[in-house]
Design a protein around this ligand. Sequence first.
Ligand code: FEO
Length: 404
Amino acid sequence: MYCVRNITEDLYWVGANDHRLHLFENIHPIPYGVSYNAYLLLDKETVLFDTVDWSACRQLLENLEHLLDGRPLDWLVVNHMEPDHGACVEQILLRYPDVKVISTEKAFMLMRQFGFHPDQHECVTVAEGDTHCFGSHTVTFVAAPMVHWPEAMVTFDVTNGVLFSADAFGSFIALDGKLFADEVNFERDWLDEARRYLVNIVGKYGPHIQLLLKKAGGIVDQIKYICPLHGPVWRKDFGYFIDKYDKWSRYEPEEKGVMIAYASMYGNTEAAAQALASKLCEKGCTNVKVHDVSNTHVSYLISDAFKYSHIVLASVTYNLGIYPVMHNFLMDMKSLNMHNRTFALIENGSWACKSGDLMQKFIDEELKDMTVLNERLSIASSMGADKNIELDALANAIIDSMNE
Ligand code: FEO
């Protein structure tokens, strides 16, 4: 059964939702699913913008068959070739043998690498600033390298103001009938998953997102719709979401607040983390989020690391090292080029307490533009009342640095 929605009078969402996939990119949990967005323009010529994941191919084909209603598919525009969008390109080429393909040189290379056969079709290679007219609609192509792969581009329809933004402005969560961001409570229900999507998938490439935002800034008064490859379509309040993207891609915290991530084997380091959370709240700093790194997927830790201004790492010493799951969190921050945060440390060890020094060393040597507060809470096996002064000092140091 087809499942489509109108965006404008001649533009349709023809994508699909996926509730079966457990791990996006086989690594990030998506408990609320994800959508793969593709768009069909019915102009004098018919144009499909991107395809979908292989798992959703049948839905895409049924949607196309319904809307084309016997018309040929004239053009396929491929903005991004990662297989969550590009996997069905070959099926489109097979099913529509006369379809012509527009994409970047690198995207055509990737199509061939993935075993597709674009060269049996007319291929139009485009680059920054090129334009194409499909009848009444003229589009211009804008390079968007590393948002999220090097071949990526976005396409702007200058006729109706639709920006096909590829992975940019996307989000986890299946659409399930809704399409526009103003049909959901985005701030309440989607923002966390939009952040988790962006910072984990494209977080490493903040400067490239900044370049794309600068290009978008030049046409922002002409943009009427932002159509990403995942999540809702935007038709109002662009400033709200662009501001989030701007902050995330500059690694600027969204909020003054404290994320406490603890690694605890038997509950004693956890107790210290909870004592700090209580102390902070008692002192009026209530924007505190506590995570157990052992049962929180690192993509959620990364998302909150991007959200909050302050990060407390509380780790037990394990094999004379940092607890492995905490080390993994630090490694992920490094690989995503995370910077510009203030850290505080809590360490625990029953005989050779090393985790504090090792976390400090990692932050100093492996991460960029980070501050580590001098105050450190150091405990031996468990925290007793004798540590209250240190705990108080640590909480004060965090709050003082927040108010600087
Ligand atoms: Fe949603 Fe980079 O693919």
